[in-house]
Design a protein around this ligand. Structure first.
Ligand SMILES: C[S@@+](CC[C@H](N)C(=O)[O-])C[C@H]1O[C@@H](n2cnc3c(N)ncnc32)[C@H](O)[C@@H]1O
Length: 333
């Protein structure tokens, strides 16, 4: 299944540029000094011209361009650095490239500093990357929210392709972050009304982000604690995307029960999560290195189905999305 928005398909090429620490670090340096961005405007620059434009030492810059040429970003000919076709392809997803590189820097630093602790314990508390999720902190909170929003920009189209949301007018998205999934649903379904519950700081970022889109009146943010504050009821559907894996089973039970209570009779819950990764599969673990701190947290759909059954949900449907490794689980109140 290809995502409905053609401009978003093909984004997996980004991962091909993030396969090794050296790739991540050289790409990160090239993004930071503004080198990569230049190729959004033109296909080729003289090496001397680049050094002048970026106001950067020519020798260091040449080394960086050479390293990136080893990874097929540039071809170097006659003193010029020329964007390859793969470079042009990956630049269509510059936002994803930039934010994945940003995150992978944290992952590699964490892996090295933790000296394997993440791997031996499968315990995200050993990871420093957890500091990024402290939404009360600035500016890391903003960076994390934008990172999450960018990932969701590319994962949402698969969900929207797979589910007919026309039957759900009144939608509640719990932990909806800056509203990226809501925005994509609103675009596709102009009659839908989506309420997002998330932390206050995150909602503020989301309100600012959504305000520039024509769909802004379809989306409402409510800065609330999803575990404790009162949530609106009588919804047609409650969506939980990439929220449950962050929490212990007891907290997941609370969230699922609260979702049940927010639904009208016959309303649906929809869980959209990355499926448990097969750690004996080299391709799977290498493709999902970015999520290493969560490897121990992802579940199979049957796990959530069991919890939903206990609460009284019925009519379970599971769909797997091969392209991104996610599953969609829906159930009816
Ligand atoms: C991993 S992110 C997923 C965000 C979004 N669903 C997506 O996929 O892009 C988890 C979200 O849950 C939110 N969250 C965590 N704890 C929360 C709480 N107690 N109340 C409200 N939102 C919370 C976070 O702010 C964050 O936006």
């Amino acid at each position: 299944m290809a995502p409905s928005d053609n401009s978003l398909s093909g984004h997996k090429i980004v991962d091909e540029f993030l396969k090794s620490p050296l790739q991540v670090f050289s790409m990160g340096a090239a993004i930071e000094i503004g080198l990569i961005r230049l190729y959004l405007d033109a296909d080729s620059y003289s090496l001397d011209g680049l050094s002048e434009r970026l106001d950067i030492d020519g020798k260091g810059l040449r080394d960086l361009v050479e390293i990136l040429s080893a990874y097929d970003m540039f071809a170097i000919r006659n003193g010029k650095s020329i964007a390859t076709s793969r470079c042009k392809e990956v630049l269509k997803f510059y936002d994803l490239l930039k934010w994945k590189v940003w995150y992978m820097h944290h992952i590699y630093a964490d892996m090295m500093n933790a000296k394997g602790l993440i791997l031996s314990d499968f315990d995200i508390r050993e990871s420093k990357i957890i500091d990024l999720w402290d939404y009360s902190k600035e500016p890391s909170s903003l960076e994390w929210v934008t990172f999450m929003r960018t990932l969701t920009k590319y994962d949402a189209p698969y969900l929207i392709d797979a589910v007919d949301f026309s039957q759900y007018k009144d939608i509640l998205e719990i932990g909806g972050n800056a509203g990226e999934l809501a925005l994509q649903i609103a675009r596709e379904y102009p009659d839908s009304r989506i309420t997002i519950v998330d932390m206050d700081t995150v909602c503020k970022v989301g309100e600012r982000y959504i305000s520039s889109f024509p769909q802004k009146n379809q989306i409402t943010f409510q800065g609330k604690d999803m575990f404790n504050d009162e949530l609106d009821g009588k919804k047609d559907i409650v969506i939980l995307k990439s929220v449950l894996h962050d929490h212990s089973e007891s907290k997941v039970r609370v969230l699922l029960k609260r979702s049940y209570d927010c639904l009208k009779k016959g309303g649906k819950i929809l869980i959209y999560e990355l499926e448990k990764i097969n750690l004996t599969d080299r391709t799977a673990i290498e493709d999902n290195l970015m999520y290493i701190t969560f490897w121990g947290c992802f579940k199979v759909p049957g796990y959530y189905q069991g919890l939903l059954e206990e609460i009284g949900f019925q009519d379970f449907r599971t769909q797997k999305i091969e392209e991104n490794g996610f599953f969609i689980l829906t159930a009816r109140r």
